[in-house]
Each structure stands twice: as structure tokens, then as C-alpha cells.
Design a protein around this ligand. Structure first.
Ligand code: ADP
Ligand code: MG
Length: 245
């Protein structure tokens, strides 16, 4: 038996009459690692924006566990356990890797509050574990500004992991990464998807092939195809859309 963690139904958002997402149904199960692909402008980022509360839908519903998200604001959605990573990494460059992880720990919000509180065992253990997961244990004391672009992407994933989200939304997490870093990221996502659900938007098909269980293809705000990587890659509708670009 499987159960849904996310149910998006009839989701629509209209920007001055232009429907960036149009009557979309999208379901994610517990423990699932889902990839969402589609050409530029397909509505992928807008879909994540609506799930995390950054953009309000014009119509439709977004249910996360037993909660209706469409009328909530961003921080309420975050607190319920939805973590979002944006396309460009946003880490605190002047703080160390350790400090970036520390301030992301949910019990202490705000930079001052977190820098001056006694570092308890649970927090240190958590930072250790997360730093290991994101391949940054060796550089915990380095300033985030010294990291490579790929390492900054990992750190941002780590900052989300500090909050233990049940649903993680990642927008193009391997953009700007070397092939080696992409492989490591695939391994990382597989590892951290146990016990939570992850939705990954990605352009790089080789990367999608490495991680995906099920792939959703969006086109012009609508669902074009859904299934295994092989199913969607052999789908004439999908081939047409990708060759057309
Ligand atoms: P993707 O992430 O799949 O490349 P987006 O979700 O960013 O696509 O964008 C989908 C479409 O919606 C694009 O045509 C984009 O220009 C448009 N769009 C996105 N956000 C806005 C906005 N705030 N106002 C107007 N148009 C927008
Ligand atoms: Mg996008």
C-alpha cells in the first residue's frame, strides 16, 4: 500500500491571462524521488512556486498530507515540512559551512539567535550527519564563499536537510556542476530520499536517468506524459516537443 504525500489537482495560475500552469494534476507518494522535466517555459518552476506558497494559484488545490496549502503563506508551508531549493544557490558566503548548517537548524531562527546559543549535542550530531551526506565534512570550517559552485549547491541542500523536510523541492540542483559532481549528486539524492519525498526539476537527461523512478513531463503548463524514463523518452508526444526545441 502506498500513500500520497502531495496531491495537486486542477492547479492553474494565470499571469495577465497567460496560463503558466493549466489544470494540472500531479501526485507524489511517500518516499518517492520524482523528476519533473520539460522545455523552458513549461511551468516547472511555477509549479514549485505554488507548492511552497511563493505564488498563489488562480484555481485548484494543493494537498500536502492532510493540509490544504493553497491558502497558506510561505513560512507556514515551510513549518509543515516542505523545503524548497531555488535555482541559484543562496548560502551565507561569509559564514563557514558549519555555521550555514547551524543557522538552518529550525529550533533557533535568525542569525544572531543561532550564533550565540549553546551548541548542544543533538545539533552537533545533526551537523555531522548532514555534512557527511553532502560531501562537505572535510570543509566544515571553510567559509562558504570559498566553495565551488557545485559545493554551494550541496550546502544549500544540506541547509534544507537541517530542517528535516518531509517533502523537498529542488529546482535544477546540478546546474553548473561537473560530470563527477552530477554523479555524486545523484548518489546524494538517492541517499536522502529514504524517509522523505523529493521532487527534482532537471534539464539534464543523463542525470534524470541516474535518479528517477518516475518522470513527469510538463509542456505549456500541462501534463504531457508520465511514467518511467524509458516510457517517456519513447513517447512520440515527448519526442516531438523536445525535437521541436
Ligand atoms: P520553467 O521553469 O518550466 O522553465 P517557468 O515556470 O519559469 O518555466 O515559467 C512558465 C511560464 O510562465 C513562462 O512563459 C514564464 O515567462 C511565465 N511566468 C513565470 N512567472 C511569471 C510571472 N510572475 N509573471 C508573468 N509570467 C510568468
Ligand atoms: Mg525553471
Amino acid at each position: 500500500m502506498t500513500s500520497l504525500i502531495l496531491a495537486v489537482e486542477d492547479l492553474t495560475v494565470s499571469f495577465d491571462g497567460f496560463k503558466a500552469v493549466d489544470k494540472l494534476n500531479f501526485y507524489v507518494e511517500e518516499d518517492e524521488l520524482r523528476c519533473v522535466i520539460g522545455p523552458n517555459g513549461a511551468g516547472k518552476t511555477t509549479l514549485l512556486d505554488m507548492i511552497c506558497g511563493k505564488t498563489k494559484p488562480t484555481a485548484g488545490t494543493i494537498k500536502f498530507k492532510r493540509f490544504q496549502l493553497q491558502d497558506m503563506i510561505e513560512y507556514q508551508i515551510t513549518r509543515l515540512g516542505v523545503g524548497r531549493k531555488f535555482q541559484n544557490p543562496s548560502v551565507y558566503e561569509d559564514l563557514t559551512v558549519f555555521e550555514n548548517l547551524e543557522i538552518s537548524y529550525p529550533k533557533r531562527r535568525g542569525i544572531l539567535g543561532s550564533l550565540f546559543f549553546r551548541r548542544d549535542r543533538a545539533l552537533l550530531d545533526k551537523i555531522d550527519k548532514v555534512a557527511e551526506d553532502i560531501f562537505l565534512h572535510e570543509v566544515l570550517r571553510h567559509k562558504a564563499g570559498q566553495l565551488s559552485h557545485g559545493q554551494k549547491q550541496w550546502l544549500e541542500i544540506g541547509m534544507l536537510l537541517m530542517q528535516d523536510p518531509e517533502l523537498m523541492l529542488l529546482d535544477e540542483p546540478v546546474a553548473g556542476m561537473s560530470p563527477k559532481e552530477r554523479e555524486q549528486t545523484a548518489e546524494l539524492l538517492k541517499r536522502i530520499s529514504s524517509g522523505r519525498s523529493i521532487v527534482v526539476i532537471e534539464h539534464d537527461m543523463a542525470f534524470v536517468r541516474m535518479i528517477a523512478h518516475k518522470v513527469t513531463v510538463l509542456h505549456q503548463g500541462r501534463l504531457l506524459a508520465e511514467g518511467s524514463m524509458d516510457q517517456v523518452q519513447n513517447d512520440p508526444k515527448v519526442i516531438e516537443v523536445y525535437l521541436g526545441h
